[in-house]
Design a protein around this ligand. Structure first.
Ligand SMILES: *[C@@H]1O[C@H](CO)[C@@H](O)[C@H](O)[C@H]1NC(C)=O
Ligand SMILES: *[C@@H]1O[C@H](CO)[C@@H](O)[C@H](O)[C@H]1NC(C)=O
Ligand SMILES: *[C@@H]1O[C@H](CO)[C@@H](O)[C@H](O)[C@H]1NC(C)=O
Ligand SMILES: *[C@@H]1O[C@H](CO)[C@@H](O)[C@H](O)[C@H]1NC(C)=O
Ligand SMILES: *[C@@H]1O[C@H](CO)[C@@H](O)[C@H](O)[C@H]1NC(C)=O
Length: 945
């Protein structure tokens, strides 16, 4: 080597040294080549944010080792890949440790992948989650280094034998949400290294095999939502590293094993919705944070130590057959305590309450508790929900309730409380639900009640309250429901907040005189019950102008004169008023039987109202007072009428036929005719509009005033709609265009002659919806919703998802409608009823009372209610209760829940319906966190086929 070469060599070495990242430490040529081929095969989607010929270590989803000399991780998640041929290429990178191809459309894995990658002993993680893999689980040969295998959310089926047994390093296996059947697998890596085993949401059958419990390193076992039976082996206590043990939604029976208490690592046990029997053994909670044994058949008393552990945060034993007293030793760490629907007796332990500083949710309803509410309860400063309803509690309500500054829901109904309503209750600034009904409370309703600014439900019915309704009630602008029936209230009735929506019940009191004229502002009210009072005079004409009214109960008063003309969908109950003359026949005027208790009458009436809406849905109209006058021949209107002027209109559709057909003035004109109304949802009314060309369209008028749709926001309105118009999904009802008039906003759509799912399912055509149709509708709606939730620039939420907002293109093709409401109605800026609640009765999530926010999880809940409607054939409010509660009440008898006209078709149909029922029940989980995402719901539905 000459001097020249030598110095050149040193120069090179030093250069190389300085420029190490760029020159020396690059990927080997072969890895670079492989990566380039991968890039080409994937059409460049891996190099998204970098130059095509840049260093592969800089590509999106590619991770190299610390010296950038070899590729160790590749993530190709969410790239819509459907062709699997790139997979074998990955195996040529022998330094690869992690391969993540989750969230694509892969339907198979080539054999070549298993033979080639199986030889790579460095490969630690394989993620095939959220693809479309079908068929049996493939056999893994080699893969001796594989620690984590995720094949969850696919369509894999058949039983699992020894396909995984060669995975000697396997620590984590996730096969949840597939179609696997047969017995639970026991060959899960023959060196028994397994730590996490997730097999939930499959069709596994049989019991828990003893062999499964010989994997001594297990720390997660999730077997929820399968068809498992039998008891839990007591050997479970030998799993000394177990942290999470999830068995919920199976058919397990037998007793809760007491050996659970031996496991010092155990944090969470969930065994709800099974058939566990016997007593809860003592000593199972010393280490637990969360225990859920709800919806079983457990009996006997609650062990004295069950709630005492200092780690406990959440205990749910509701819906069992537990009896005896509440434990007195309750841990101060507890956040959630649910013991409702048992047969517990004795008193609420007072001494321990003073220490429960974390307790946020306390539900003891529907037991046999006696005694009074201890004053010490006032020390539970974090309480947001207190439900002691339907017990045998008595005495006066303690003033200390007023210390619960975070309380949002207070339910004390159906007890034996007496004395006055403590004025301190009016300090509860966050309270949204106050239910003290069916007690023996007396004295006046405190006028300070107006301090409860957030109140949406005020239910004081069935007490002995006297005096007048405080005039300050009119300032409660979140109020939706007022139940004051069955008291001894009298004097003048003050003006009610115009936000009232669900019901105003003043029945069975001592009210006299004419029906107050101030009721003319109740333009959102559905039920008005004035029965069993001494109201006199004529039934005022203005009641016929309350557009949303469906039930008016006037029975047993001293009203006289002629009944004014109500809309045909309003049911007027008027018996027991001797001087009323029946002038015009009204198809829906029935009389209620006397002597029924007021509550039964009301619940029946509410259910009937819902039914009537269903039957008369095609007639249901909610029009502005303006248009109402045009068509109501009998009204003697002196109001001056101008047809509304088109202020602004815009067509989005590029379709030339639509563009030539649609005439804005014609659209507005059609929306002025009540006879054109085809559907009414909470926020909008659909009209059928026939254009000059003969073509038919839907014109949807938004039922909203200036408050929620200020005129200043017109440009925003147009822009939001234009975005929605471009959505391309066959299950979405996208707008064709819009028109704004001086009065209202109208949106144009293609016409759908079948009407809404609600009309078809709960109307006369219900028998034409067989299971194939219902399933297809369920899948279609799920497809539409997961499309909206997955929208690229942020999820598109639905403000009021219900079976009324689903249109049927055919009996198998649904369209999700009303998709613009969340965008165009600004709930935060609005006042009045629309801000009080988003969504319709029966579809609103339990947490909405606390959060007041529209969320994806909330949409999933509403979708669950729609699934329940399809499964049961029942409307969202059924037998006087929400459908969800009705279904849960009968959850033990699943066959009684299903619509027999449909489920009776065959055993196969019945099984499929039961599978969909399980999906529906997860969607309506009380906790928003435990509801699946729409995309998973869709997969589960497709799996249920
Ligand atoms: C490896 O490459 C990455 C991405 O280009 C870079 O940020 C990092 O500094 C490099 N590391 C070394 C040790 O060269
Ligand atoms: C890449 O593009 C070609 C042609 O457009 C297409 O056939 C192929 O499926 C695409 N590959 C991937 C992985 O998307
Ligand atoms: C697999 O990918 C999914 C979706 O990207 C992710 O949620 C999951 O945590 C991954 N699994 C593992 C074991 O990393
Ligand atoms: C298991 O699943 C396969 C494929 O879905 C099916 O053909 C088979 O009948 C099932 N076996 C049992 C016992 O249900
Ligand atoms: C509670 O009920 C049990 C029977 O279930 C009864 O033996 C006991 O006396 C009751 N206790 C109280 C305080 O009522």
């Amino acid at each position: 080597m000459g001097t020249y070469e030598l110095s050149a060599f040193f120069l090179c070495v030093s250069l190389c040294f300085c420029l190490c990242p760029i020159v020396l430490c690059q990927l080997s040529e072969s890895q670079t080549n492989t990566m380039n081929r991968l890039r080409d095969l994937l059409n460049g989607s891996v190099t998204l944010n970098s130059a095509p010929d840049s260093n592969p270590c800089t590509w999106k989803g590619v991770t190299c080792d610390s010296s950038n000399s070899s590729v160790i991780k590749i993530s190709l998640s969410g790239l819509s890949l459907s062709s699997p041929n790139f997979l074998s290429l990955l195996c040529q990178i022998d330094t690869l440790q992690h391969v993540d191809v989750s969230n694509n459309h892969l339907s198979s894995i080539p054999n070549q992948f298993f033979t080639d990658c199986g030889k790579n002993e460095r490969l630690k993680l394989l993620n095939f989650s959220l693809n479309s893999l079908v068929g049996p689980l493939p056999t893994f040969q080699g893969f001796h280094g594989l620690e984590s295998l995720d094949m969850s959310f696919n369509y894999l089926s058949w039983n699992i034998g020894s396909q995984l047994d060669e995975l000697v390093s396997l620590k984590s296996l996730n096969l949840c949400t597939n179609h696997f059947n047969g017995s639970l697998p026991t060959s899960l890596g023959n060196s028994m290294a397994l730590e996490e085993l997730v097999l939930s949401r499959n069709h596994f059958e049989g019991g828990i095999p003893e062999k499964m419990l010989t994997y001594k390193n297990l720390n997660v076992i999730d077997l929820s939502e399968n068809n498992l039976i039998g008891s839990v082996p007591s050997d479970i206590g030998n799993l000394s590293k177990l942290e999470f043990f999830i068995l919920s939604s199976n058919d397990f029976n037998g007793e809760i094993p007491k050996t659970l208490g031996n496991i010092s690592t155990l944090k969470r046990v969930a065994a709800h919705q099974n058939n566990f029997i016997g007593v809860i053994p003592p000593g199972i909670t010393p280490f637990l944070r969360s225990l859920d044994l709800s919806y079983n058949n457990l009996s006997g008393t609650i062990p004295a130590d069950l709630l005492s552990s200092s780690n406990l945060e959440s205990v749910d034993l509701s819906y069992n057959a537990l009896s005896g007293p509440l434990p007195t030793n309750i841990s101060s760490s507890l956040v959630r305590l649910r013991l409702g629907r048992n047969s517990l007796n004795g008193t609420i332990p007072s001494a321990t309450l003073a220490t429960l500083e974390s307790l946020t949710y306390m539900e003891l309803e529907n037991n046999r508790l006696t005694g009074s509410i201890p004053r010490q309860l006032g020390s539970c400063r974090n309480l947001a929900l207190l439900d002691l309803a339907q017990n045998e509690l008595s005495g006066e309500l303690p003033a200390e309730l007023g210390n619960l500054a975070n309380l949002q829901v207070l339910k004390l109904q159906m007890n034996h409380f007496s004395g006055l309503i403590p004025i301190q209750i009016t300090q509860l600034q966050s309270l949204s639900t106050l239910n003290l009904s069916w007690n023996y409370l007396e004295g006046p309703i405190p006028s300070e009640i107006s301090r409860l600014e957030k109140l949406t439900l005020l239910n004081l019915q069935g007490n002995k309250l006297t005096g007048s309704i405080p005039t300050s009630i009119s300032s409660l602008t979140y109020l939706m429901e007022v139940q004051l029936g069955g008291n001894q209230l009298s004097n003048d009735i003050p003006k009610m907040p115009r936000t009232l929506q669900i019901a105003l019940n003043l029945s069975s009191n001592l009210f006299k005189g004419p029906i107050p004229s101030s009721f003319d502002n109740l333009h959102s009210l559905e039920v008005l019950d004035l029965s069993n009072n001494q109201f006199s005079g004529e039934i005022p004409e203005f009641l016929t102008k309350l557009e949303t009214l469906t039930l008016l109960v006037l029975s047993n008063n001293q009203l006289s004169g002629v009944i004014p003309n109500f809309h045909p969908w309003v049911r007027v109950v008027k018996d027991g008023n001797e001087d009323i003359k029946n002038n015009t026949p009204n198809a829906y005027q029935h009389s209620a039987k006397k002597g029924k208790s007021v509550v039964v009458a009301f619940l029946v009436a509410l259910a009937a109202a819902v039914f009537v809406i269903g039957v008369a849905a095609l007639l249901v109209v909610s029009i502005s007072r303006h248009y109402h006058r045009i068509n109501d021949e009998n009204s003697q209107s002196g109001e001056d009428l101008h047809p509304p002027q088109v202020v602004q209109g815009n067509l989005f559709t590029p379709n030339g036929i639509h563009r030539s057909n649609i005439d804005f003035s014609k659209a507005i004109e059609a929306a002025g005719e009540t006879s054109n109304v085809t559907l009414k949802t909470r926020f909008s009314t659909y009209y059928k509009a026939i254009m000059a060309s003969g073509a038919t369209y839907f014109v949807k008028k938004l039922n909203c005033g200036d408050k929620i749709f200020p005129l200043g926001s017109r440009d925003k309105f147009g822009k939001e709609l234009e975005i929605l118009a471009k959505l391309n999904n066959s299950n979405i009802m996208a707008p064709l265009g819009y028109v704004l008039s001086t009065q209202s906003a109208y949106i144009l759509y293609e016409f759908v002659s079948n009407g809404s799912l609600y009309d078809v399912l709960h109307g006369s055509m219900r028998n034409s919806l067989d299971w194939a149709s219902r399933y297809s509708i369920a899948v279609g709606v799920a497809q539409g919703l997961s499309f909206l939730h997955g929208y690229a620039s942020g999820p598109l939420l639905l403000l009021d998802l219900s079976s009324k907002s689903i249109m049927l293109k055919s009996l198998k093709e649904p369209l999700v409608g009303d998709i613009e409401l969340y965008k165009v109605i600004d709930l935060t800026k609005s006042t009045g009823s629309f801000s009080a609640v988003a969504g319709s009765v029966g579809y609103v999530t339990p947490e909405y009372a606390y959060t007041m926010r529209v969320t994806m999880a909330g949409n999933v809940y509403s979708f669950g209610v729609i699934l329940l409607e399809l499964l049961t054939g029942k409307p969202p409010v059924t037998e006087g209760t929400e459908l969800v509660k009705w279904v849960l009440r009968y959850s033990a008898k699943q066959d009684h829940i299903l619509d027999f006209n449909v489920s009776g078709a065959s055993q196969a149909v019945r099984n499929q319906m039961l599978a969909v029922l399980r999906i529906a029940l997860t969607c309506v989980s009380t906790s928003p966190d435990s509801r699946p995402k729409m995309k998973s719901v869709l997969r589960m539905l497709l799996n249920a086929r």
